[in-house]
Design a protein around this ligand. Structure first.
Ligand SMILES: Cc1cc2nc3c(=O)[nH]c(=O)nc-3n(C[C@H](O)[C@H](O)[C@H](O)COP(=O)(O)O)c2cc1C
Length: 358
């Protein structure tokens, strides 16, 4: 089976020539919060913690970073949860906090906390397909109950002054597509923008994102529409804008295997071309990210390093050797040493010394 990152996405498909004309906008405003460029990092649980977010921000080209989804109930119950999921640094602005939950009052209270913590935006998750979230009517579970969504929209909207957005899927299944109605309702309730991952809950991550629904949502509302799903290359980002008219694009999984994607989209927008990362860039990137992880001392650091070593090394010749070495290591510094060793056989000694000292 082909891996996600090995499959060419939509840019070469139907309507590919529209991408020539389209560009990702230089900026978008969500309720007065200015994002430049209009390329956003998708929230990803287990991935978009403060370290990953700052890492992406530092590489350039990303207009908004978002937290992992955070349980509104959990936040009210457990202070540690706030510390773990909603901790951010000053250099992360503009930043959005994503919440999930189903009780309007709890959501409103959690949104107030988010505002108090200094976030620039708050986002409601209506897309998560995970069983444990759906079971308590959170995430995509709510897609079957528009009136319940309306009550959350109203409660959160009146609770906070910061812009409020929603991220959702097409609907529960092909027979229950609600994205256009949902987007209209969001606009009517005063939300500042909508982000659509163009798959149903039933689809999970399978098949292709159906960008035609992003176009349908764009035609239905005046608030900014953020398109999401299957952007693997800068050409895909341009093609999504060309085919849907969306105001901003959001990138998830590709960021984990190619964190330069945001910079590449910006380059492609400006010049019609972009540079690929060299092996030295890759080394520097893995090292920087791992060093940041070790310094932050977040729970599960070694697991994250192993996971990332596997994503980052796709496209690196003999990457399998590094993945094996990393999986056999036990501590963060040990993993870092394996990375240094691996690249020292491939890059000049001088280059390795420069990068590992930096
Ligand atoms: C590991 C993983 C974790 C995710 N966690 C979240 C989340 O916390 N909140 C959310 O709204 N979407 C989450 N998503 C969905 C992504 O934000 C995004 O909508 C989806 O991956 C499609 O975009 P992509 O094709 O660019 O990856 C997650 C996706 C992945 C792969």
């Amino acid at each position: 089976m082909r891996k996600y990152w090995e499959t060419p996405a939509n840019a070469t498909g139907e309507g590919a020539n529209q991408q020539q004309l389209a560009r990702v906008p230089d900026s978008v405003s969500l309720g007065g919060v200015h994002l430049a460029p209009a390329t956003l990092l998708a929230p990803m649980s287990g991935i978009t913690d403060t370290v990953f977010r700052r890492f992406i921000r530092n590489l350039g080209g990303c207009g908004l970073i978002m937290t992992e989804f955070t349980s509104a109930d959990g936040m009210l119950r457990d202070k540690r949860m706030r510390g773990r999921y909603l901790h951010f640094y000053d250099d992360e602005h503009p930043i959005s906090a994503q919440l999930f939950g189903s009780d309007p009052q709890v959501m409103a209270e959690a949104a107030r906390m988010v505002e108090g913590l200094g976030f620039d935006l708050v986002d409601l998750n209506l897309g998560c397909p995970a069983k444990k979230v759906v079971k308590c009517n959170g995430g995509s579970g709510l897609l079957r109950d528009l009136p319940a969504i309306g009550r959350i929209f109203q409660a959160v909207r009146t609770a906070v002054k910061i812009p409020f957005t929603v991220k959702f899927r097409l609907g529960w299944s092909d027979d229950e597509i609600v994205c256009v109605d949902l987007a209209r309702m969001a606009e009517d309730c005063g939300l500042a923008g909508v982000a659509l991952h163009a798959r149903t809950r039933e689809q999970g991550y399978s098949g292709q994102a159906r960008w035609e629904w992003i176009a349908a949502v764009k035609n239905a509302v005046r608030v900014p529409v953020i398109g999401n799903g299957d952007i693997r290359l800068p050409e895909d980002a341009a093609a999504m804008v060309g085919r849907t008219g969306c105001d901003a694009v959001m990138i998830g999984r590709t960021a984990a295997s190619n964190p330069w994607i945001f910079r590449q989209v910006a380059q492609y927008t400006a010049t019609g071309a972009y540079t690929e990362a060299t092996e030295a860039d890759r080394y520097e990137m893995i090292r920087t990210y791992f060093q940041m992880l070790i310094e932050e001392e977040l729970p599960g650091t070694e697991g994250k390093m192993k996971q990332f070593a596997s994503w980052f090394t796709h496209g690196v010749a003999n990457g399998a050797g590094l993945r094996k070495a990393v999986y056999e290591s036990r501590t963060g510094p040990e993993i870092l040493a394996r990375v240094d060793e691996f690249f020292s056989t491939r890059l000049s000694r001088e280059l390795v010394a420069n990068i590992s000292k930096a």
